[in-house]
Structures are given as structure tokens and as C-alpha cells.
Design a protein around this ligand. Structure first.
Ligand code: NDP
Length: 250
């Protein structure tokens, strides 16, 4: 009898912001698929440790690295630490993100700068450092937002600016990395039940009625799309914007 090989066996994944919510679900899913997984975290060391423990308890390999996504130097160190500890970086999932904002007249310079640092510079720097090490078959997967397709409510212009930057970066990067056999894709979640956007919270009261499937998404449902993009099955998919939003923007 031949043993079924897991699709990501022998691969190393780095998930930024993997201590909670979507990032934690992605880390666990990629580990279930067979990858050794590094996660970064910033404010939640206990939750990051719990993700590592859960992966190890299921027979996987994981490490947690403290790295503020808004600190370019720390992000570069985290990518290099992943490669040193786990051997390489085959899959990068740029998930860490924050949602500061407000009405356009009231957005502060401090909030603007922090949003750009975490949601844009963090993504750029993690990608640049990771692809320096990535071999053919590598994967860069960004977590964007369905807000780039449909702005359902006010006060999110700064957030959407950052996610639009990631979508543009995604598309153009394909031309740099395609010849090296590395794919680059963005998953755009719609409203998903997390700490950032809890089902039953203030945003859900506005967007809930617009969900075609009549409910919020679960982090695991975003993780399953990431799992596909990370897999060998998705070798011909690059430059894609994959919206996983329960029909919210349909
Ligand atoms: P949460 O706020 O629930 O979780 C955010 C995760 O990112 C945590 O693990 C947090 O870790 C980490 N993180 C935040 N800031 C930093 C930082 N500066 N450095 C390192 N890690 C950081 O968010 P979601 O899971 O909801 O969102 C994940 C991604 O999905 C984001 O990019 C978000 O924009 C996007 N998204 C979410 C949607 C939703 O409805 N939930 C919809 C569309 C997109 P720690 O606590 O350790 O700092």
C-alpha cells in the first residue's frame, strides 16, 4: 500500500500575523497540508504559542517569531530566521494587517503612517526578502480585501488604499517572478468572523444583509483558498485576485 503524501510535505511556509484569526487558521491549514510553518506575531505572544502548540500536537512543525509587520528591519530578520530555522521559505503568506481609519477629514498622520507601514511596507519587505531565497515552485500569497472591489461603507478609505496597493503589487510582481517559477496571488476575503471584524459586531450590522450566502465567512474558509494556491495544483494560477466573500461583492 502506498502512503498518501501530503501536498505540502517538505515545504516551508511563513505566515505573517499568524497568532490569531485568519492567519492562525492559515498556519494550521498549511501545517495540516504538510508544511513546516513559521508565524510572526506582534501583540499576542500567548496566542502565537498556542498556534505552535496546536500544530505540534497534530504532529507538525512550527515556530513563532515576534516581528512587528510595521518594522521593516524586524520583518527582514523574521524571514531570515525562518530560513535558518526551517531550512528555506517556499510559501509566504502576507496576512498581517490592521484597520485604522475614519472619515477622510479626521485621519491622522500617525494612523496613515502606521497603516502604510504595516499593510504596505510590511508586505513589500517580507516579499522582497522571501523571494531572494525562494526556489522554483515558490508561492507568494497576499491577503487583500473585498473592499478593493466594493466599498460597502464609509470610513474605510485608508484601509482600502493599502489593500489596493497590495493588489497592484500582486499583479506586477507576477512578471518578475513568473520566469523563476514562483506564483503570486491575492486572496480577497469578504466579511470574515475574526477579532478584527466579529460576526455580530458594528461592521456586521452594515454588511450582514449583503452576504449572498446569508452569513459571515469563517477563517478556515479563507485558509482553504490559501491552501489551494499554495499547492502544486495551482502551478498555473498566478496574478489572480481570488475573492472569497460569500457573494458579498457579486
Ligand atoms: P485580526 O485583527 O483578527 O488578526 C490580525 C492578525 O495579524 C493577528 O494575528 C495579529 O497578531 C497580526 N498582526 C496585526 N498587526 C501586526 C503587526 N504589526 N505585526 C505582526 N502581526 C500583526 O485580523 P483578521 O484575521 O480579520 O485579518 C487578517 C487579514 O485579513 C488582514 O490583512 C485583514 O486586513 C484581512 N481581511 C480581513 C477581513 C475580515 O472581515 N476579517 C476582510 C478582508 C480582509 P498580534 O495580535 O500578535 O499582533
Amino acid at each position: 500500500m502506498t502512503e498518501n503524501k501530503k501536498p505540502l510535505e517538505g515545504k516551508v511556509a511563513l505566515v505573517t500575523g499568524g497568532s490569531r484569526s485568519i492567519g492562525a487558521a492559515v498556519a494550521k491549514r498549511l501545517a495540516t497540508d504538510g508544511a513546516a510553518v513559521a508565524i510572526t506575531y506582534h501583540g499576542s505572544p500567548d496566542k502565537a504559542a498556542a498556534v505552535v502548540e496546536a500544530i505540534e500536537a497534530a504532529g507538525g512543525r512550527a515556530v513563532a517569531i515576534r516581528a512587528d509587520a510595521g518594522d521593516a528591519g524586524a520583518v527582514r530578520v523574521a524571514v531570515n530566521e525562518t530560513a535558518e530555522t526551517l531550512g528555506t521559505v517556499d510559501i509566504l503568506v502576507n496576512n498581517a494587517g490592521i484597520a485604522l481609519g475614519g472619515p477622510i477629514d479626521e485621519i491622522t498622520d500617525a494612523d496613515y503612517n502606521r497603516m502604510i507601514a504595516v499593510n504596505v511596507t510590511g508586505v513589500f519587505v517580507a516579499t522582497q526578502e522571501a523571494v531572494r531565497k525562494m526556489k522554483p515552485g515558490g508561492r507568494v500569497i497576499h491577503i487583500g480585501s473585498s473592499m478593493v472591489r466594493y466599498a460597502a461603507f464609509p470610513t474605510a478609505s485608508l484601509y482600502t488604499l493599502t489593500k489596493g496597493a497590495v493588489a497592484g503589487f500582486n499583479r506586477s510582481l507576477v512578471r518578475d517572478l513568473g520566469p523563476r517559477g514562483i506564483t503570486v496571488n491575492t486572496v480577497h476575503p469578504g466579511p470574515t468572523d475574526t477579532d478584527m471584524n466579529p460576526d455580530g459586531g458594528p461592521v456586521s450590522k452594515i454588511v450582514g444583509p449583503g452576504m449572498a450566502i446569508g452569513r459571515y465567512g469563517k477563517p478556515e474558509e479563507i485558509a482553504s483558498v490559501v491552501s489551494y494556491l499554495a499547492s502544486p495544483e495551482a502551478a498555473f494560477v498566478t496574478g489572480a485576485d481570488i475573492v472569497a466573500d460569500g457573494g458579498f461583492t457579486a
